[in-house]
Ligand binder design. Sequence first.
Ligand code: ADE
Ligand code: ZN
Length: 334
Amino acid sequence: MELDTFVRALPKAELHLHIEGTLEPELMFRLAARNGVALPWKSVEDTRAAYDFSDLQSFLDLYYAGAAALIHEQDFHELAMAYFERAHADGVVHAELFFDPQTHTARGVAFDTVLAGLERACADALRRYGISSRLIMCFLRHLSEDDGFAALQQAMPHLARIHGVGLDSSEKGHPPSKFARLFARCRELGLHLVAHAGEEGPPAYIVEALDLLKVERIDHGVRAAEDPALMARLAREQVPLTVCPLSNVRLCVFPTLAQHNLKSLLDAGLKVTINSDDPAYFGGYVAQNYIDTATALGLTKAELKQIARNSLEAAFVDTATRAPWVGRLEALSD
Ligand code: ADE
Ligand code: ZN
């Protein structure tokens, strides 16, 4: 089977996907016009040309500017439906969507507006594509822990529709320890816990996310490779890493995809998954991440199958939900 066909046929879960990062410039301009929002770019082409990032912060500045086009419930619904359509074409059977409520509430968009649009899209995606999904609310780490507590307060009436919490935005200088009390509270509330760590920040941030925040998965985590003791621990404890190869290259974490450490993480026995992070900004959705990474690093189909299996095992779903996906994956021939 051709690589492209094989990758799309693999049942897979996408576990690291910022829904605001799926806002393609075409939709951004359409929403901005509909909502009377001024964007800092003249055209769709002008916007794409601006996507030339030197690090995480240079991306985040544009990402938050683009998110300003999202105002109404319908906008969030359209955004997520556009993602689900692409995810379905990529063979995604389950998606866990990050959303950043503070980005929207700071602009006067109500928490409930954001959640209602995303929630309706999740229900429509199940009906239309058979894709199951979860919503993971992320706290912005460049803001204070008190700000995070305020976001959690707004989420309280909606916790039945939110499966977990995460930590994203500017990593350097904002260690997980800054949010220890907030994550402890979320843990008491029975929420699943994840955090971005070791994308640009040091391996010590991964250790803090595990020990202080008690997260179940690490988002990115590629800088674990700099700490042999941490590598041994991640392998022993089978902590899932949600790696985003195209994102890492576009944000200059690795100079090229051929120099990415995903294969060495896999060879060291870590539970590696492949995800797209912010695909509208980084040049590829999840299947493209699998295909380009396999090509650049020479991954075998057995390795791609292992990565997809890891994603299904690391998803926040019960065994009965997971079993048919794993069955289809094991039945897939090369
Ligand atoms: N927000 C959206 N994408 C992100 C990333 N890759 N790292 C941190 N925060 C983000
Ligand atoms: Zn991310």
